[in-house]
Ligand binder design. Structure first.
Ligand SMILES: [Zn+2]
Length: 68
């Protein structure tokens, strides 16, 4: 079964407003007005202070940081 690489979205809630949608981090309530998988992954790996290490490792495996 082919699944999109969307595990990152399991760490976020999507809040839909009138015409836009926001992604809200489930761990620290960070909101992104421009949700996309790259930004969300970057948040979890580099910015989120409340995300469990387990989640970071899980998402880190499929994310190649351009800053490495
Ligand atoms: Zn967060």
């Amino acid at each position: 079964m082919v699944r999109p690489s969307s595990d990152i979205w399991q760490s976020f809630d999507i809040e839909k407003t009138d015409k836009k949608s926001k992604a809200i981090c489930r761990f620290c309530c960070f909101k992104s007005a421009f949700p996309n998988a790259t930004r969300m992954t970057n948040h979890i790996l580099n910015q989120c202070s409340k995300c469990p290490l387990e989640i970071k490792q899980k998402n880190g495996k499929r994310y190649q940081s351009p800053f490495n």
